[in-house]
Write a protein that binds this ligand. Structure first.
Ligand code: ADP
Ligand code: MG
Length: 557
């Protein structure tokens, strides 16, 4: 359902596809304003057959699952030699985060009382202050440096010692707070010195790979499960960086990508498997010789709150039980997400050890205090025009546009594209190839405007997004989570289109505006509380009734 209304403008601008721009004047104007020219995409058929001869050949790099990993040769000692080319690719400075306000805020918040650590354990590990003196394996410390991480984020400061000491962990912190590294760093670091002892035998890929003789069963030590394909690709990417020069080999498996090729990668050996639940279950159930979870040391569920819907219960049980056969029972479980809810507590009760540690990084006052928030009144039938005017009036910058429905995403993308703006879009009806291409185009700057439904963008780490536009605000019955999606690190400006259909979001928006000390538009005037106080306590922790936390439960640090 969408309350999208076609405007006059739209009717003119539609439909799309390649060929000369529909509106030469608009096209020229966009060039004048400095936006790069839009490029049409052409995709080969999804099933991997060649592009039709009249199509532009698909020239982008291959699928994410076949992205180059550091390949170990048995001749190396404990640390492999540098490979300059791979290093440049993995730690490409263009892809590194530019430290934004969010990070500085987060790091400095270490000294504030906003960090809530609930330890259902006898011991409460002290947070680390830097990566150098955290008892981490030297290879991972180097990779952290190469990744451009100078200081641990709060969630990392607490999870690294907690996981280091062997506890099960639940980590809750807002999007963009570095949760991926918060579990990967300590888990990988723990394994790095012991790969020879713990990992499955595997072919020496330095001599090439002959599937007939060299093929092995994948027996990962770490399993990371995440709800979306894009997230899995991102986590896999981070694993590739953190595993650089180590003996650990990461692999990724997700729906939509060619199954055969993903299986071939697994058959070369796999120490860290990042997977979506669907593809994982498929591999577990239908290909018994492909994958064994018997060696698992860590099972990590990322964006756990997303994955614990009732319809996933059976699958989750299967995944969580997958490594139960681990001989010495030395198997840690971790749940990570931006919010903590009842379902997670249920899962924790069932699978996590009784003395797990729960780390919740509260919102550090105003984590987005330096983000300029604008709320402007735009009627539904004027949104496209307003969006165009907004974009064309601003210096070109990486912009994410959130819309409510897939249909709107298509329309708005076409509309902008036909007016000569370099836009792209993603939503869940796109093929995996299209989604990967769109994200790449957005990340590389080829298409610096991306239109997306909030759901498909959830958890995506897209660096250097300067402007987030909430074209549609989430409807009232939709979890306010959506609006958090817009809090991506480094965002400089957030603009929300508002009209009387969005009343359900009004108080939330007023809160944000007050919190960030920004002018309140007239249409919100009556909603401002007398004392202008804002209370964000319920933002990530309303569900957090702490019933299970006895000892020291809920104290602030
Ligand atoms: P989350 O899962 O909490 O949403 P991510 O793990 O996706 O966050 O990380 C968000 C961004 O922060 C990524 O670009 C990541 O590379 C970066 N990052 C993570 N840890 C650090 C750190 N210690 N210093 C600087 N950047 C970091
Ligand atoms: Mg994440």
């Amino acid at each position: 359902m969408t309350d999208f209304v076609k405007t006059e403008d739209m009717a003119e601008a539609l439909p799309t596809t390649d060929g000369p721009p529909k509106d030469q004047e608009a096209y020229d104007r966009a060039r004048e304003k400095g936006w790069s020219a839009p490029e049409p995409s052409n995709y080969p058929a999804e099933n991997g057959t060649e592009a039709q001869s009249n199509e532009v050949p698909f020239v982008e790099e291959a699928w994410m699952h076949s992205a180059q990993k550091y390949e170990w040769s048995e001749e190396f000692g404990d640390v492999g030699p540098k490979i300059t080319e791979l290093e440049a690719q993995l730690f490409n400075p263009d892809l590194k985060p530019v430290k934004g306000n969010l990070f500085e805020k987060q790091v400095s918040s270490l000294n504030l009382t906003s960090i809530k650590v609930i330890a259902e354990a006898v011991e409460r590990p002290a947070p680390i202050r830097d990566f150098d003196n955290a008892g981490l394996h030297p290879v991972i410390v180097e990779n952290i440096k190469l990744s451009g991480y100078d200081t641990p984020t709060p969630i990392q400061a607490y999870t690294i010692p907690a996981i280091g000491k062997g506890y099960d962990v639940i980590g809750t912190a807002q999007t963009g707070s570095g949760k991926t590294a918060a579990y990967l760093i300590p888990a990988l670091s723990k394994l790095m010195g012991k790969v020879k002892k713990l990992a499955a035998p595997r072919p020496n890929l330095a001599n090439g790979f002959n599937p007939d003789t060299d093929m092995v069963r994948a027996e990962p030590l770490i399993l990371v499960v995440a709800p979306t394909r894009e997230l899995c690709c991102q986590i896999f990417d981070e694993s590739r960086r953190l595993c650089y020069r180590s003996m650990l080999r990461p692999c990724v498996a997700y729906g939509g990508g060619p199954k055969r090729e993903q299986m071939d990668e697994l058959r070369k050996g796999c120490d860290i498997l990042v997977a979506t639940p669907g593809r994982l279950i498929d591999f577990m159930s239908n290909h018994p010789n492909l994958l064994s979870l018997n060696r698992l040391r860590f099972t990590i569920i990322d964006e756990a709150d997303e994955m614990l819907h009732d319809d996933w219960e059976k699958e989750m049980s299967k995944i969580m039980a997958g490594g139960d056969t681990n001989e010495d029972g030395n198997h840690r479980y971790m749940l990570f997400s931006a919010t903590f809810n009842k379902r997670m507590r249920k899962l924790a009760k069932k699978y996590l050890s009784g003395d797990h540690i729960r780390i919740r990084i509260g919102r550090a006052g105003s984590t987005h205090i330096n983000v300029q928030q604008n709320v402007i009144w735009v009627e539904n039938n004027e949104k496209q025009k307003a969006l165009y005017d907004l974009l064309i009036s601003m210096p070109p910058s990486r912009t994410l546009v959130f819309v409510r429905s897939k249909k709107t995403a298509d329309f708005v993308d076409d509309y902008l594209f036909n007016l000569g703006l370099p836009s792209t879009s993603i939503h869940s009806d796109r093929t995996q190839r299209e989604r990967e291409d769109a994200i790449r185009a957005f990340k590389s700057g080829r298409a610096p405007i991306m239109v997306t439904t909030g759901v498909s963008a959830r958890g995506l780490d897209i660096r250097n997004v300067m402007h987030v536009i909430n074209f549609d605000l989430p409807s009232i019955d939709y979890d306010a989570k959506m609006s958090r999606t817009a809090r991506i690190g480094n965002v400089g400006l957030a603009t929300s289109f508002y009209n009387d259909k969005d009343e359900g979001m009004a108080d939330y928006l007023v809160k944000i505006l007050l919190e960030t000390g920004q002018p309140i538009p007239d249409f919100f005037a009556e909603r401002v509380p007398e004392d202008k106080k804002v209370d964000f306590e319920d933002d990530s922790g309303a569900e957090d009734d702490d019933e299970g936390a006895q000892d020291g439960g809920g104290d602030s640090w």
